[in-house]
Design a protein around this ligand. Sequence first.
Ligand code: NOJ
Length: 501
Amino acid sequence: MFQRTFLILYCLAVSYVIADDYVVSNRRFPKDFKFGTASAAYQIEGGWDADGKGENIWDRSTHLYPEKNSYQNGDVACDSYNKWEEDVALLKDMGVNTYRFSIAWSRVLPTGFVNSSNSAGIEYYKKLIAALKENNIEPLVTMHHWDIPTYLEDLGGFLTAEMQTWFVDYARFLFENFGDDVKEWITFNEPKQTCEHGYGSGALAPNIQGPGTKDYICGHNLIIAHGKAYRLYENEFKAKQGGRVTMVIDSNWFEPASDLDADKEAAERNLLFTYGWFGHPINFGDYPDIMKERIANRSAQEGYESSRLPTFTEEEKAIINGTVDFMCVNIYTSSMAAAISEPDIVPLGPSRDLDIGTNVYQPDDWEPTVTSWFKVVPWGARKLVKWISDQYGQPEIIVTENGYHDNGTVIHDLETRGRYHKLYLSNLQDALYLDNVNLTGYMAWALTDDFEWQYGYNIQLGLYQVNFTDPERPRTAKDSAAFYKHVVTTRCLVEESECVD
Ligand code: NOJ
């Protein structure tokens, strides 16, 4: 039945592929390629105060500032706190070998401190992990996906260096409780978003504003927290648990607006200020030179005594240097970057954008989605993973998120979401086979529709639709779920008869 449905759906999709003048690869992905889907606790679990869970910054933001979150919240979300077995069944049916999910810090440690351990929360994740493993699905676990306990936020959150210790204590707690079964750990998801929008623009919880200052302080503490958690694992757990630790970094691909050197430099500068902000410290022990130079120069002109970008001590550099066992990237879209003359100095209004000092835009003729900043640019994915590979010495790379925004009403999404995954996967396969990028995995975001942060439920990316008005939160397969099932079971993007090894 599935095969027949797929064939019909596949034929519908072909015209898009040809129209792009881009021929989708018919090669199979390697046998051990990790295919999975990804999720985050706050976006799917619900049960926001169930069984002793503590409040986190998203509970607080959605309850206190509903206007910042589309007047919606994750109190129930997909109810995965109760319906996790159904989610595992969907994963099993899809045939994935990996599931990326996050642990809600405040569910296992309600205050955030290790002396507040919550057995019901621990039990929840133990059952989930056991069920995944029984079905041969490896857990890829994020420790922090944007939801620190409010207790810790009230003590300073990522703006205080104490966060480094709190996070390492939490990491130890996770390794001790789950490390026998979890072999791949992600310390932080998308730190750029946590810092730039949690503590810079204020668009995301904890909704603090401090562009050009607090965002960099947040990043600094977060990077050191990551480094210390990595060293903890390396020194005390790796020998007996045998796992790996990494960080997930998001970035657009930035395409030079022209062949002029200045535009090429503008594009490179954006990549270094975006991926390199976190990628360089955990690989090389320090921020990219261009970040250090530009922020120091502009800070001096603005009248600051020292750079707005904090400096790592020699000891911190040694801690963070080389703290990544494989690289991860979340890829959604791309931008063009053009050189401009140096932006004016605005003493009271620094920002990361001004520090970068380029013109970033998306051309009108790039294919739009429902979200203003999100255009469909499959070739950018290939270039981005190649850039990461070149920058960091051909490391293993996993695409830990990739997915398509719509308004959540479309079940027959083969020509939109299905085509998006197909074209991005094909371009990523080109990176793997034609550019020698050591790409070992791909996690589609997301298994189910979910609470999409400040957009609430108005934007969706799931392979399964969730009816958020029904107390039972029923899941319904979209056409893209059938397509992705075909991909993971055949390791191929086209009709099975056309696939070659
Ligand atoms: C990245 C974030 O990690 C995830 O939580 C979010 O839902 C997706 N982007 C989709 O926008």
